[in-house]
Design a protein around this ligand. Sequence first.
Ligand code: ADP
Ligand code: MG
Length: 395
Amino acid sequence: MRRLRTLQGVAVRGKRVLTRIDCNVAVDDDGRPVAGGQQRLEAVIPTIRDLHQRGARIVLLLHLGRPGGKVVEGLRVDDLARRLSLLLGVPIQYVPEVCGPSVREAVDHLGESDIVMLENLRFEPGEEAGHEDFARELALLGDLYVNDAFGASHRAHASVSILPKLLPSYAGQLLAREIAVLSGVLERPAHPAVAIVGGVKLETKLRLLANLLPRVDHLLPGGGIANTLLVISGASLGGGLREREPSAEIRSLFAAHRSKVLLPTDVRVARGGDTSRALVLPVSALRSTDTVLDLGPGTTAAYCRVLRSARTCVWNGPLGRFELPAFAEATRDVARCVRASETFSVVGGGDTVRAFTEMDLLDHFDHVSTGGGAMLAFLEAAPMPGLEPLYDKVH
Ligand code: ADP
Ligand code: MG
């Protein structure tokens, strides 16, 4: 047995608490942060507010984008400091460096309940490379360490995987909640349990499916995953999105759990490459030139019948190419069924959360994970280097 260490009952007043948060809001093709990402900012507030109210001297650590170990002007975190400060209603001092004398001075001058935010950790090559020396430098700035950066905890980066081994370390509230919800879904799901898995490629969701399929009662596939499963089951799909040749691993996984998988019976296609209109077709009527971009209404109705009696639902991956208005229907329709159902619903994934944010449907779910890749890693039962150091063994 093991137990996650939290801050409950820990004396933090006057202590310098290195608080790793994840405010990695989306960045555009040029690597610049785009507006939005408010969900991720709001999610880290409870831990910071708690530390503030308990009189800690707070040092916020975070990253933004992929600067690749050097200073990139557009990826400075001053704007995040400003936005977090607005949400908190408390000033946050921003220091435009990660290490060095100015950082040490700012931290030395912190009073109880004061907050300082250091510059983008990924400006230092040691962060992503997981250098112990870099983690040691950070450790000098604190007495305690708190990880509330679930979204970064699948990475072996210095500030999440090494730093917690150098100081007394604890899980923040967001992190503890993510672990409680996701491990609950994996280990003790209320049945019937349903997995909805969409997205581009089955290959990237294979380990997720392999870990979820034995635990759930139904798989409702969408996107490229559905297309590939249709191909395996013998349908002749045309130019639709699918693997070139489904691997033996995919075939055997599907065969082992065939009875749990609902296959689409109708789809929406872009005929002749015209993506402005969706043509609804039964799967049996597909032509080899049709591009399958969404599930059809008959299929979503069948998925909704399953969801009606579901008690647990975990969803990753849009069901169609939702960026095109004509092909956002299935994703939207099934989200409405999730809301209408009594099911406990968990949703996550970078593009999935973006889809539901754009559709303004995030509130249809009981838990929206702040970790895109981290949620997938957790649900795949992949190693989580940022979480391991936060557990105590209990006998
Ligand atoms: P997440 O980031 O949530 O894990 P993925 O990255 O796996 O999700 O997939 C998201 C992408 O999948 C979206 O950009 C969406 O347009 C695309 N997609 C879903 N279904 C289809 C489809 N049938 N054809 C083309 N693209 C699709
Ligand atoms: Mg994605």
